[in-house]
Each structure stands twice: as C-alpha cells, then as structure tokens.
Design a protein around this ligand. Structure first.
Ligand code: AMP
Ligand code: ZN
Length: 123
C-alpha cells in the first residue's frame, strides 16, 4: 500500500530495529516504547485493522499470537510460574479504529512488558 509506514518498514524502505523476520511477519521495536520491552508484530501483507481480517487470515493471526510469548521470553519479559508463583508476563494489544486508539492503519500486535511501573499507559 502506498504511503503506509508499516508496508515501507516491511519492505525495508524505512529502517527499524528488527527482532524477528519470517515469510509472513516482521517484528520490530516500537519507536516510542510504553515500557522497557515494547515491540510490534506486523504482517508483511497489508491489512488495515483487526476488523478487516477474515477467516482466511486466521492462520496469520494465530502465528502472531503464538510468536508473542516466544519473543517476550527472548527479550526478558516471559511469563513463568516458579514454585507456584506467577512471574513476569506482558500485555498483547490490538488497537482498532479511532476509538481504539489506532494511529497506524496496518495491522499490528503490540507486545509490552518489563518491570512496573511502565513509562506510560499503552492504551
Ligand atoms: P497504534 O496506535 O496501535 O496504531 O500504534 C502504532 C505504534 O507504532 C505506536 O506505538 C508508535 O510508537 C509506533 N510507530 C510509529 N512509527 C514507527 C516506526 N517508524 N518504527 C517503530 N514504531 C513506530
Ligand atoms: Zn501497510
């Protein structure tokens, strides 16, 4: 899509701090992090919002959801239970539309974690 910043990042026309790349997804650090860890899981294919996804995008959405905890673990904000005590963790977030606070109209999952308090509210 012309003039879509995340399409341009996915095409490497605009630089980003890449964490992960595969055939379907690019994952990079958010430029304005809300916490110590804040990255975006972005499909290479342009889809404007979560509300524009169809059944055909089910595998893509599943892939995004399953990748989030793996990368969170790599970046030090994984969720675990140690001696019966829950530790760590992260927030996953899709903003949809103006009332959802969406600023970039190319589907992305925020993954936000790290010790509290965070820099700012992510919503
Ligand atoms: P949303 O409000 O859900 O659309 O979130 C868009 C996110 O994209 C915000 O958290 C921005 O900080 C982030 N963002 C915008 N431009 C860039 C960029 N060039 N590189 C990395 N993150 C960006
Ligand atoms: Zn796009």
């Amino acid at each position: 899509m012309d003039n879509c910043i995340f399409c341009k990042i996915a095409a490497k026309q605009i630089p980003s701090k890449i964490i992960h790349e595969d055939d379907d997804l690019l994952v990079f650090h958010d430029i304005n992090p809300a916490a110590a860890v804040h990255f975006l899981i972005v499909p290479k294919k342009h889809i404007a919002t979560l509300a524009d996804c169809t059944e055909a995008d089910g595998a893509l959405l599943s892939k995004m959801s399953l990748l989030a905890p793996k990368l969170a673990q790599q970046l030090g904000c994984g969720y675990s239970v140690e001696n019966g005590e829950a530790k760590g963790g992260f927030k996953t977030l899709f903003n949809t539309g103006p009332d959802g606070g969406q600023e970039v109209y190319h589907l992305h999952m925020h993954v936000i974690g790290g010790p509290r308090p965070w820099t700012r509210s992510p919503v």
